[in-house]
Design a protein around this ligand. Structure first.
Ligand code: FAD
Length: 421
């Protein structure tokens, strides 16, 4: 079998890998994208589809004694842990808890600003070229607030967002009814309308349209297992069922599976997993939702999608290979039914996805010192769908040695100390 020699192999065809591959190709690198499945069929398929322009504040470990006890007893719906995984996830939880201090929160917020500032334009650039803009709506999303205490916290967050030049608007019951007549506004104290973010009616289809764009622009997508990659003669090499590929350098964008690959090559990074589930329902009685709503007290999103009303759950800390435990989504469905008319379920069983996260809630973007000719772009946590196109652009600028649109220093993998061997 003849070997195709390319400039860069990108591992993983989720939103992050595809966006990186497009920008590498645009920087003049002959790029091949490798995935064991089709493009955009894992985490990038099943998310809530919000391009969260306002999402600059990191989700840190909860504070407050009562909340901590409730989390420790696994009694919360918004976040829980997989009991059987506890021994394996404890080191990550410890690092996450330690990183959840005000200094790290400030640093992460600052590091988030330039990436989130780029997120809408970076999506627009790809969606326009891919002719898939019709999948994107620009009506924002709504955060629903159930009690006065949460309202006070939210008011503080709104003023912080405003100081950062971000738009967020507190709305009362009357305005909520005007925006979303089919939501039962009586259950809520107030709501916040985040007007800048965009939302997507089929995240998997948007990612697939970006994959087609990559091919149109001269890139190649190959099905293959990244875990079979080897290195010899100064090249990374992969033999697939249809071809052999060699490249002097690789980009690891395997999302939640990135550490499976890197551990094989002696690299250690403190990544954790926050799992989430989704399921779809047919709206009852012709009810319509114009934009996603987030019922913050229970940590779920109700999002209008092409397939139906998608409910996505909050956080389940678990090991990568732990058995599915869709407890949260089962508890959420009656809550969602209380606020919006839902008919029958459209899925045989809930979908499960995994958010790859680092203790400081920032991704790793840059060159690895612990492995040869290896770049990384993963660990986008709650915001990979938002940030994939922006971090793909940044990564490609770094590989090309071109001026980058922001300082890459905060995302360096070496911020966690020595990463390899
Ligand atoms: C319930 C839920 C809701 C979310 N909602 C939002 C939201 O509204 N907005 C937002 O911005 N983010 C959201 N996210 C987060 C977002 O979906 C992720 O951060 C993002 O999809 C990660 O993209 P990725 O490309 O890094 O990973 P993935 O999309 O998982 O891509 C990784 C790819 O690697 C491939 N792969 C794995 N192993 C191998 C191997 N051995 N060989 C070859 N290929 C391999 C997989 O097949 C996959 O295609 C949500 C996540 C969840 C779980």
């Amino acid at each position: 079998m003849a070997t195709n020699v390319v400039d860069v192999m990108v591992l993983g065809a989720g939103i992050v890998g595809i966006s990186s591959a497009i920008h590498l190709q645009r920087q003049g690198f002959a790029t091949t994208l490798v995935d064991r499945r089709g493009a955009g069929e894992e985490t990038s398929f099943g998310n809530a589809g919000i391009i969260q322009r306002e999402g600059v504040h990191p989700y840190m470990f909860p504070s407050g004694f009562c909340k901590l006890i409730a989390y420790a007893l696994n009694r919360r719906i918004d976040a829980r842990y997989h009991v059987g995984s506890l021994a394996r996830i404890a080191p990550f939880l410890w690092r996450y808890w330690r990183a959840s201090n005000s200094a790290t929160v400030r640093q992460t917020l600052q590091a988030n600003l330039p990436l989130f500032a780029e997120c809408l334009e970076a999506h627009a650039e790809l969606a326009c070229a891919a002719r898939s803009e019709t999948l994107i709506a620009k009506h924002g999303w709504i955060r629903l607030i159930r009690n006065a205490r949460a309202l006070a916290e939210t008011e503080r967050e709104i003023s912080e967002l405003k100081e950062l030049g971000l738009d967020a608007c507190l709305v009362g019951g009357k305005e909520l009814r005007e925006l979303e007549p089919d939501i039962d506004a009586s259950a809520f104290e107030a709501a916040v309308h985040h007007r800048q973010p965009w939302t997507v009616s089929d995240p998997g289809a948007l990612v697939k349209s970006y994959a087609s764009l990559f091919v149109e622009e001269g890139g190649r997508i190959v099905q293959g297992d990244a875990l079979k990659l080897g290195r010899s003669g100064g090249y990374w090499r992969l033999a697939t069922a249809v071809c052999a590929i060699a490249s002097p350098q690789i980009v690891v964008a395997l999302g939640p599976w990135s550490m499976d690959f890197l551990k094989q090559h002696g690299v250690r990074l403190p990544m954790g997993i926050k799992r989430g589930y989704h399921c779809h329902f047919r709206p009852a009685n012709g009810a319509v939702l114009h934009r996603p709503v987030v019922d913050e007290a229970y940590g779920y999103v109700l999002a209008p999608m092409t397939r139906g009303m998608r409910i996505t759950s909050g956080i389940e800390f678990a090991a990568l290979d732990a058995p599915r435990t869709p407890v949260q989504i089962e508890q959420l469905i009656p809550r969602a039914r209380e606020i919006f008319p839902l008919a029958e379920s459209l899925d045989a069983q809930p979908w499960m996805g995994m958010r790859p996260v680092f203790p400081d809630m920032l991704p790793v973007i840059g060159k690895l010192s612990g492995a040869p000719a290896t770049w990384v772009n993963f660990g986008h946590g709650h915001h990979g769908f938002t940030l994939g196109p922006a971090t793909g652009k940044l990564l490609a600028q770094l590989v090309a040695g071109a001026p980058s649109f922001c300082d890459p220093e905060p995302y360096r993998p070496a911020r966690f100390g020595k990463v390899g061997h």
